[in-house]
Design a protein around this ligand. Sequence first.
Ligand code: 2AM
Length: 439
Amino acid sequence: ALTRIGLAGLAVMGQNLALNIAEKGFPISVYNRTTSKVDETVQRAKLEGNLPLYGFHDPASFVNSIQKPRVVIMLVKAGAPVDQTIATLAAHLEQGDCIVDGGNEWYENTERREKAMEERGLLYLGMGVSGGEEGARHGPSMMPGGSLEAYQYIEDILLKVSAQVPDSGPCVTYIGKGGSGNFVKMVLKSVGKLTNGELQQVFAEWNKGELLSFLVEITADIFSIKDDQGEGYLVDKVLDKTGMKGTGKWTVLSGLKDERVAASKIFQGDYSSGETVDKAQLIEDVRKALYASKICSYAQGMNIIKAKSTEKGWGLNLGELARIWKGGCIIRASFLDRIKKAYDRNGELANLLIDPEFAQEIMDRQAAWRRVVCLAINNGVSTPGMSASLAYFDSYRRDRLPANLVQAQRDYFGAHTYERVDMPGSFHTEWYKIANSKI
Ligand code: 2AM
C-alpha cells in the first residue's frame, strides 16, 4: 500500500518529525542521502511502538511509495542542500505533487523555489517549524507559507502533529503566500546578591503570574540543579559563552569570551554605586521591568512581520501568529493570549504599545522599569534587553525626536534637503556659506 506522505532529511529534526507524523496515524515514507540514517529511523519507529514508518534507500522508490498527489517534507540544511534535494526529488515527482521545506530557510530562497516549482507544475510550501527536537517529536509550532492548495492537502496532518494547547487549538495556521512562513519563523530573544535558591523561588513565583512562560519556568528549574561533578550549582559552572546552532548567526558580544576577559583587566575597578538595595523591592521592580520589556520586544517583532507583510502583500494575521506560538516553541507564554486579543480588537493596530490594555500596563510599570535600568547603569551592570526596550519606548512615545539635527547635517554635507515643521515642501539651505559669512 502507498503511504500518505514522505519526509526526506533524517537528522534530528527530520527523524523526530517523521516519528511524530507516524505516531498520529499517517503512514510515512522516509529517505536520507546517507542511508544509515534511514535504517536508524526505521529502528526507532519499531522501538517507539511499531509506528507506520517505511524507509527507502533510493529517491525513486521513496517517491513512488507515496500516494498521489505526493507530498514530501524536506528537513535538510538550508541553502544549497535544499536545492540539491529538490533536484533529486523533482526528477521523480509528477504534476500536482508538492514539496514542503521544513528547515530554517531564508525566505527569499523559498520565494525563488516556489516560482521555479510552479513552472514545473509542482506546488511548494516553506514551513517554519519551532520547538527543537522535543517539539518536532511531540508537537511543534508550525508556520507553513506558500501554496494554499498544498497547505490544504496536508492540513489534516499538520493539525494533529502540531502542539495542542487547550482553549487555543493546534499550533498551526496557513501563514500566507510566498516565503511568509519562513520569514515569520525567523523573527522569532548581581546587584541584588540573590542566591541560586532565592532566584529559583523568585522565578517559580513569577511563573504563577503575568510572566507565566516556558522560559521563566525553565529558568526556575535551572537554578535548582546542583552540580554532580563537584560543589555548588551547575549553572555557575556553565561557560558564559553564547552558543549557536545557526538559527541566528549575528555576532553577539557574549560570544567574545577571550576579548572580554582581556578588557575586564583594562577596565578593572569598583563599579558598585554603594546604594542600599531593598531586596524585596528590587525583585518586584525587576518583575515589572521584565514584563514591560517583553511588551516592547513583542511589539518590535510583530512590527517587523507587519512591515514585510505590507511590502509583500502577504496579508498576515498577527493575532493568529500569537495563537500558534502558544505551544511548541520557546516563546510560549500566557501573554500571547493578550497579544491575540489586542489584534482581535484592532487588526490594523499600528503598534502593540498603543493597544489600550498594553498601554496601561506600560504606564503602571514604567517607574519600576526606570529604577531597575538606573540601578544597573549606576552599578556598571549591562542590561541590554531592558535598556534597549526602554529606549525603544522612550523614542516611540515622543512626538518630536532630535532627528531634525540629523536632517540638518545631511542637508549641510550632502544637500539631501529637509522638510519643515511649519510648511510643506522640500528645502535646502547653504548652511556652510551662511555660517561662515557671519564670521
Ligand atoms: P546526510 O545525513 O546525508 O548528511 C542535516 O545535515 C540533514 O541535511 C542531513 O539529513 C543531511 O544528510 C542533509 N543534507 C545536507 N546536505 C545535503 C545535500 N547536499 N543533499 C542532501 N541532503 C543533505
